[in-house]
Ligand binder design. Structure first.
Ligand SMILES: [Zn+2]
Length: 314
């Protein structure tokens, strides 16, 4: 039993319930909501609350909102969405990949102090505290600027005990670089979750990550490049290898996002790929697992035990 920071205040981990470990209430860029709200579409709060209420009614108790400041995090929007929908939301500190040029010369310890304040005191002048830390690297590997952020995240973790989620590029095994840096910072890798791990079907690599002690975010559904079926097949292989307790299935879904005139994926296409919103996991993925022969007992634990033990650090 432990208490963690949710956007509505301290939350007993016994109350986490069914938890999606990597989602986004809103995703854009730093400052998008106060400055250019029209980019996020009309009736924002209604859209978000309606979406989250459907999730809650379908049995989703908690989501981790993986939106950092450079992705447009607006803590008041997240907190209000949680209050009105009843879904627990864990907010995120740290940084994604949009590291500003004015970070040049900034030290890991300087960044750690900022992140620690968001965890211990509150975000953006509120008393709403972050419950998880994030760092990101992608297909170019860990860049020098991202390394400073990652070390800052590591040090904030060591001071606060709040766990770390890593945006990673699994097809390029970038997790190996990220973990080498966290090892140098003496982070216990059992407090680290390697996200976007189902963007690869390389089970050998994923087991290597698990063997370092990490949790795995199987958190892109339906996702691109790798089919949903292939993603679930990979998850099944990891379950069969005995790692069900450290797998965190999620969608990386954006409820509100920048509504571009010329989007890469049209609204119709998006709905066709996932008509279930946050319930895609239960309605599609769990059904695939059943068909593949995974037991009800394991399916029932998948979005419950892993998230809980990761967040409480048991
Ligand atoms: Zn994400």
């Amino acid at each position: 039993m432990a208490t963690i920071n949710s956007v509505r205040g301290p939350l007993d981990t016994a109350e986490l319930g069914f938890t999606l470990m990597h989602e986004h209430v809103m995703l854009g860029f730093a400052g998008v909501l106060p400055n250019y709200p029209e980019l996020l579409g009309e009736n924002m709060m209604e859209v978000v609350v309606d979406d989250l209420k459907k999730a809650k009614a379908g049995g989703i108790d908690t989501i981790v909102d993986a939106t950092t400041i450079d992705l447009g995090r607006d803590i008041n929007l997240i907190a209000e969405a949680s209050r009105q929908s009843g879904v627990n939301i864990i907010a995120c500190s740290g940084w994604w990949m949009d590291v500003p040029r004015f970070f040049e010369g900034i030290s890991p310890d300087q960044l750690a102090e900022l992140f620690i304040r968001e965890i211990e005191e509150g975000i953006a002048g509120t008393n709403i505290k972050a419950g998880i830390l994030k760092s990101a690297s992608d297909l170019t590997g860990v860049t020098p600027a991202q390394e400073v952020v990652l070390r800052g995240v590591a040090r904030a973790h060591l001071r606060t005990g709040v766990p770390i989620m890593l945006h990673s590029y699994s097809p390029g095994q970038v997790g190996k670089q990220q973990l080498a840096i966290l090892n140098e910072e003496r982070v216990d890798l059992r407090r680290v979750k390697m996200d976007h791990s189902n963007d690869t079907t390389d089970v050998e690599y994923l087991i290597w990550i698990l063997e370092q002690g990490c949790y795995l975010g199987m958190d892109r559904y339906p996702g691109r490049n790798v089919s949903p079926q292939a993603r679930t097949k990979t998850m099944k292989a990891l379950i069969d290898a005995g790692y069900a307790d450290r797998i965190c299935p999620s969608h990386d879904r954006l409820v509100l996002r920048v509504m571009a005139d010329n989007p890469m994926i049209t609204e119709e296409e998006r709905l066709r790929m996932n008509p279930h919103g946050f319930l895609y996991m239960k309605k599609v993925v769990f059904e695939q697992l059943r068909e593949m022969g995974v037991s009800e007992e394991i399916i029932n634990r998948l979005c419950v035990d892993g998230p809980r033990s990761f967040l409480e650090g048991a």
